[in-house]
Design a binder for this molecule. Structure first.
Ligand SMILES: Nc1ncnc2c1ncn2[C@@H]1O[C@H](COP(=O)(O)OP(=O)(O)OP(=O)(O)O)[C@@H](O)[C@H]1O
Length: 547
């Protein structure tokens, strides 16, 4: 059936073809262009200098006002000494009292002017302190009246009266300091603002939205679902549910939207404070199980650029519309946040704060990134075996471009002494969960995967990510390699490329250089290619001769 030419998001209709073209153009857009980078740096430094300038200007203004006030006070004192002001001339009591009143009034005005000056002074000094602190932690913000960033977790109690059980659970997680994205996002969400947050992979975005939600919900309630977190994959939704429960520890009903629950859940009886789901399952539950989202106070779109991709966007739009609470707070999180997503999201958000950590859409700087030319497909298998023989440093994630190739590569490696496993969308839910659990537990050392686990999945201590097949877009590259080098740990990423991938090398090279990596000069001299989804037809992966 011919799809409609346009679709609605946030009540605004978008032309489907134009949206998909714009989206692809983003994928083709060099995530980071050196000239653009330079502009960005200049722009950011300028904003910072402007804000400092503004502070200095206002401080001068304040000191002028102080001078005027002190002069008028000293003049009055002199007049007083000469007895020409307050000592009354007999017989003019009516004037005297009015004069006294005037005196009292002007004393009061001086008092309130002083307080105003003092207040303004403190406000601008706080602005200056915040600007310096943000610069130190690479936090870039835009929007109005942005709350000060957290200096430490203790401020959760001193500034926001955080309940002790949450602080205890936080201590149990072993987090010593808030990460930059948490320092700024937590106060923004606690102050009732909507926000876009873009921070490198592995920088603690999950906690940045889970913690303030639990703080604001305060306690469990029979009022139905009050927070919804959307994830693009079931695996990520399951992982986020686990992270939520670690913090909430039985104080709230945290639910994962499983297939079973979506198909047969009776939500009128089910206690649920926080619901985590993929958009498809949630849309199904709303339509078929009459799930009521009218009391949702928080809607989080995690990996939001993925959720905004054509195909998933309509389901997200359906969920956004079902959350009818007028005071709902929506927030978007991702390591890659293209302008097109921000523009679309702004149509449904109000006065949102923009928080960027480091450079927008860049890879984590803790990952050592390498490009390896392998000539052809046979060369890839050789190179993979060679890198394992040289230094297999498990756990290792190996990404391929589709499930067929994942099965082929697994068949090639399953007899080798590297404890391989495979995960892709043809596996059952149980098989997928087992593959992830075994990898997390160290029972398997090499996990061959499609992009189903490229985003958000937090595998502790993945030392190395190998892009066996070249990623289909710069954003996919950033998210894939971001499975390593998490929470400040170092990681390694090796990307194989063949002749077919050379036209797309420059885009990846820009991401590598913008996160501090080195790339051979000849690659940097390549022309940048307008990037569509780069998934060339590749020969099968097999050492068996074609018969
Ligand atoms: N303040 C903190 N201190 C130390 N570790 C933290 C802190 N916050 C989160 N972490 C840990 O950092 C790791 C990465 O966190 P998380 O998965 O939220 O990253 P992310 O930014 O969402 O990554 P991605 O972009 O890949 O989704 C997790 O293991 C988490 O437990």
């Amino acid at each position: 059936m011919e799809k409609d030419a346009s679709f609605l998001f946030g009540g605004i209709s978008f032309n489907r073809k134009k949206f998909a073209r714009d989206f692809d153009r983003f994928k083709g857009k060099n995530i980071v262009d050196s000239a653009e980078k330079l502009q960005l740096i200049e722009k950011e430094d300028k904003t910072f200098d402007d804000s400092l300038e503004k502070v200095e200007f206002v401080e001068n203004e304040i000191s002028e006002m102080e001078d005027e006030t002190s002069t008028s006070v000293s003049k009055k004192r002199k007049r007083k000494e000469k007895g020409t002001v307050s000592d009354s001339v007999e017989g003019f009591s009516v004037f005297k009292s009015s004069k006294l009143k005037k005196e009292a009034a002007s004393e009061e005005t001086d008092q309130s002017v002083n307080e105003l000056i003092q207040g303004k002074k403190e406000y601008y000094q706080q602005l200056e302190r915040d600007a310096i602190f943000r610069k130190m932690h690479n936090i870039h913000v835009s929007g109005s009246n942005i709350p000060s960033p957290l200096h430490n977790f203790a401020e959760l109690r001193s500034r926001y009266k955080c309940r002790s059980y949450l602080l205890r659970n936080l201590a149990k997680l072993g987090f010593k300091e808030p990460t930059p994205i948490q320092r700024q996002t937590i106060p923004v969400l606690l102050s009732g603002r909507e926000c876009f947050a873009c921070a490198p992979t592995g920088s603690g975005k999950t906690f940045a939205f889970v913690f303030p939600i639990l703080m604001k919900l305060k306690h469990t309630s029979k009022d139905g679902v009050r927070a919804v977190i959307l994830s693009p994959t079931r695996e990520l939704a399951a992982q986020t549910t686990r992270e939520c429960k670690k913090l909430a520890r039985k104080k709230f009903y945290i639910r994962l939207m499983t297939k079973q629950l979506a198909k047969s859940g009776d939500f009128s009886k089910l206690r649920c404070d926080v619901l985590i789901s993929t958009p498809l399952r949630l849309k199904f539950a709303i339509q078929k199980r009459k799930l009521d989202l009218s009391r949702v106070e928080f809607l989080v779109l995690d990996e939001s650029d993925k959720l905004f991709e054509p195909g998933m966007l309509e389901q997200v739009d359906f969920v956004v519309k079902a959350c009818t609470n007028p005071s709902i707070l929506r927030s978007l999180f991702s390591a890659t946040l293209p302008d097109i997503v921000e523009d679309r999201a702004r149509t449904i958000m109000h006065d949102a704060v923009r928080i960027i950590i480091g450079r927008k859409n860049s890879a984590s700087e803790t990952i050592e990134q390498k490009l390896v030319y392998v000539g052809s497909e046979e060369g890839k298998l050789l190179a993979l075996r060679q890198s394992f023989a040289e230094s297999l440093n498990p756990p290792v994630l190996v990404f391929v471009q589709n499930k067929e190739r994942a099965k082929e590569l697994y068949d090639e490696l399953k007899l080798e002494d590297i404890r391989p496993d495979v995960i892709h969308s043809d596996l059952s839910q149980i098989q997928r969960e087992n593959a992830i659990d075994n990898f997390r537990a160290g029972k398997t050392w090499v996990l061959i995967a499609t992009d189903v686990v490229a985003r958000g999945m937090d595998f502790k201590g993945v030392n190395c990510v190998i892009n066996y097949d070249f990623p289909d877009a710069a954003a996919a590259y950033i998210h894939r390699i971001g499975r390593s080098g998490r929470a400040g740990r170092s990681g390694q990423a090796i990307t194989f490329y063949t002749e077919a991938d050379i036209p797309f090398l420059r885009n990846i090279a820009n991401v590598i250089t913008s996160s501090g990596g080195e790339v051979p000069e000849w690659i940097m001299s390549l022309t940048k290619k307008k990037w569509r989804k780069h998934r060339p037809k590749r020969e099968t992966i097999s050492t068996q001769p074609d018969i």
